[in-house]
Design a protein around this ligand. Sequence first.
Ligand SMILES: *Cc1c(COP(=O)(O)O)cnc(C)c1O
Length: 425
Amino acid sequence: MSGRIETKCIHEGWKPEKGAPRQLPVYQSTTFKYDTSDEMGKLFDLEAEGYFYTRLQNPTNDAVAAKICALEGGAGAMLTSSGQAANFYALFNICEAGDHFIASSAIYGGTYNLFGVTMRKMGIECTFVDQDLPEEELERYFQANTKAVFGETITNPTVSVFDFEKFARLAHRHGVPLIVDNTFATPVNCRPFEWGADIVTHSTTKYMDGHAVGVGGCIVDSGNFDWTAHAEKFPGLTTPDDSYHGLIYAERFGKGAYITKATTQLMRDLGAIQSPQNAFYLNLGLETLHLRMKRHCENALETARFLEKHQKVAWVNYPGLQSSPYHHLAAKYLPDGSCGVLAFGIKGGRERSIQFMDKLKLASIVTHVADSKTCLLHPASHTHRQLTDEQLRKAGVAPDLIRLSVGIEHSEDIIEDLRQALEQI
Ligand SMILES: *Cc1c(COP(=O)(O)O)cnc(C)c1O
């Protein structure tokens, strides 16, 4: 469907026929009916397309995945039960024991643990790199068994901006795809495929849902990466799958190969499917995503400007500020705005930052980010609590860093709340 992104937010995905429900229905059914045993058999052999069991596919989920796919400009997409599952599947679909991949060290704490601890136990090794290093220096982290490069458009919680073109060049020079977690920017503010990324992931739990009602994730494939050109690196896509009578994904499904493999192998065997009810809520969130992102960005910029001028504030990082070291990357990749999240520290360090947080009235302390209500947390005490000081430093998380997620209330009310809390410390 043509149309601008605002129109796509509303109309992509569910396309009702005459007499069908206008709003996306929740297909609250585990299973789907067929008339003959043969029809069902063909589905199991991937010879025919159709629904048979919700662990693999469900029409509500597929409509929402199709909407996100259209927003990102991809070739195929799937929903997952969480952002964690999306990032795990995105990599595990092309990496196995003995393989290696490269990730920015500035990524979300949960992803850092997944890559550095849990996937390592599975025999998959991740090298974390400082994403701001020059291209020549990043070169040396590639190995013969490297299978992917991973980063976040805007990192959680340090709000650093990813240099897509630099990492796309590096990844492609080494014959591997670039995978980008686009959770904070959303496709309203950045479409990583336009800058060379091959696969995009989301924690839909954040802005896409937008109201803090459902945990979810999504993987979108651009269809641009040529698996057969690097066949020896990606045998899972380019050699026969014994669990489907020897079919070869890249041959049979072309641009749909990566998502088909993730559905038929990973969803089948690991089962981190999103519930159709949550997909329904997610779709409602997506309908207003373009309106909310605009407001989040306006409010965050005003809030960042207020904090930057306040004498009790030590530092503020928001890509929209002129003073941000990422301002030039934001101007290039995020010209319409970045996100509603900003990071800052209070003079007096860690203890003062914690005192300040306890004085807030409107903004709440929650382990969440990127929804309509202003909220905040202190990563060193909360999300990144498991990391050592050394790991914290590597992840760029200062001990006094406060992650503020600016909501869509009136900006003056948000600023008023921050002002009164600052006055009390
Ligand atoms: C929250 C988050 C995740 C994890 O998503 P869940 O939905 O909580 O599993 C991954 N990446 C980023 C950037 C996030 O903010």
